[in-house]
Each structure stands twice: as C-alpha cells, then as structure tokens.
Write a protein that binds this ligand. Sequence first.
Ligand SMILES: [Zn+2]
Ligand SMILES: [Zn+2]
Length: 388
Amino acid sequence: MADKRDYYEVLGVSKDASAADIKKAFRVQAKKYHPDMHPGDKECEEKFKEIQEAYAVLSDDDKRRQYDQFGHAAFDGSAGAGAGGFDFSGMDMGDIFGDIFGDFFGGGSRRANSNGPRQGANVRMTIRISFEEAVFGCVKGIDFTYKQECATCGGSGAKKGTQATTCSRCGGKGKVVYSQQSLFGMVQNVQTCPDCNGTGKVVKEKCPDCHGTGYVAKRVHKEVEIPAGIDNGQSVRVRGYGEPGTNGGPRGDLLVEVVVGRSNEFERQEMNIFSNVYISYAIAAIGGDIRIKTVDGDIIYTVSSGTQTGTRIRLKGKGVPSVRNKNIRGDHYVTLIVKTPTKLSKDAEAALREFDRLTGDSLNAESGSTDAPRDKKKGPFGGIFDKK
Ligand SMILES: [Zn+2]
Ligand SMILES: [Zn+2]
C-alpha cells in the first residue's frame, strides 16, 4: 500500500476537481490505457486497473471524502474511522466502457454489443500537389498497400482442407470477462480474447499464404479525384480502403491528406489569392493598361492615373473555388507596387530631370511630410524633438 500513487495524480486532476472533471479525466486516461488498445501489454493493464480504482473512489462522493481525509488508509482497514472494506462490486463499469467505446466508434448503436461487427481503422497517407492543382482540382495516382482477403483460404486463415474452429476460450464471442478480486471486491474486466484476438475463431493449421491472418498485403494503384479548392492539410476519403473490419464489420477508409506546394506568384489564404504586381512610374502617374497574372491566365487591367504604390485592387471571383461548391470562388487581391527605375539611360535621366523641373514645386511642397495626422502645436514629430 505504501507505494500506491495518489488517486488525483493517477487521473491527472487537482484535489478540488469537479465530478465532471474527474469523469472527463477518467475517460481520457481509460481510453489511453484500455487493454483493448494494447493487447498483451502488462504495464498498460496495470495502469488501467490503477485508473479504474482511482475513478471508483473519486467518482463517489462518500468514498472521495473518506479518501481526502485518510488517504489510501481509508480503504485498507487500518484507518481508525471504521472506513475499511468498501465493496465496489456494484459499480457499473459497463456503463463507462459503453461511453468509451461509443466515443471510439462514433455511435451509440454499437455500444450495446461491443462483440458485434466493428469497422476497421482508417489508414492515412499524404500526397503532394501543386498550388494550381489544389485550386482547380486534379486526379492523382496513388500507390499503397492494402490488406486483401487471402484468396487461398478465403480469409479464414486456415490451411486448405482444414477449417477455423470456434475459439473455446471465449466461445466465439471474441471477448473474455475476468472477475478479479481487488481492493474493492470483485471487479469485472472485459478484455479481447487473447487466444483468438477477438475474432472468435482459432486456426489450428495456418494457411501458408497468409500465415493464418486471413489477409495478404497487396500493392494497389488507384486514381483519386482531388476536388478543386482543397487546402493544405485537408484529406480526401477513399471509402473502404482502410483496415479490414472485425466480426463482419465494414472496412475503414483511406484518408489521403494533401500537402500543397507553394507558388512563385501567388499566396493563398483560404479562398482568397494575393499577389504583387509591379508597375512603372509612368503608368502609375498617367494610368494605362497592365497585364496581371491570375490563376485563370493573364488579364488586362486598366490602372487609373495617380495610382499610389501599395494600392490594392480586388479581382472578384478570381480566387480559389470553395471545396464544397466549385461555382463559388474567392477573390484575388493584387497589390500594385510602383517600381523605381534603377538603371537609367542618359536620355531617360534627362527626361526625369526635366519632369522634376516641371513638377518640382508641387512635390517639394510635400517633401518631408508624413501621412500621420499632425498635432500642429507639437510639430511633425509629436513634440519629441521640441526644446523644453
Ligand atoms: Zn490464407
Ligand atoms: Zn477467443
């Protein structure tokens, strides 16, 4: 008893945790260490028992009070308060497991019969697609390994001429119930049958092709349609290409997650596209037609005269389609950046000097100004350089 862990610590909750917090913590911990998830792992089994025990005490107001007062001694008979010998056998663990399995398999309908058909696990893989492929969708060939029913034995796992027989340990149920004497009296544990791994059948002479598993690994090539508008990290579901189900349950799915490559031209934020377009000083001042690259190809856009650098224009409906409805599209925002010429010919330089001479007065009048609103009394720098 001396080395027993604190129950609150076992569940990872604080001493003043609410009943709801305790239940939540128990569910999280029990899921993590449930023996069904770790067949044959003794350490997990011990952990799981510890969690059950902690929950049995902390979920019961009376027992929790006793525990808070006397610690583990409350239940080993050594406490002076006459608190020894609780009987936990009446506790309905089945209800809690029902909750857990309900969570796992996404439905209350399977809860009633955990030995019934169960869908196989989903399998995940990633593929890379380009920026444009994500915008417009594409068809991608993928190769993966698939557990196919063994043709030699028809999935039974038994050698030709022999048959899989009903598991004698669990009577074909795939589950065994252990009644264990614990600190709290008899506790019933439902576990996957170790003899048949939950299948309810045992194979005496194994099929040589699948080594008794009933499945063979097969390389599969499949063309997968990636919908327009898919974004980085989203997945496409290929139904029925996951792990086989158990007890006649359906197969899981294959989830193909896309990793979208970067574009040199465009940035994407959900359904909108962003890009920069450089325009000449003359176009910015006078106005004129420019070419803008969009995901639909180049378009001609008329820049109005007197366009400032940093002006953002919106190209409606030139963004990314909605992954749910490709007729709905985001927008493309273009930031116009006025390019300052860096290499000037003699003639160009002369022209610019002439331009400056012609416009100089008006420009100089604004030189040194900022766009920030000025406090006239404090001067252009907010008074920080003013003499005290
Ligand atoms: Zn086989
Ligand atoms: Zn069995």
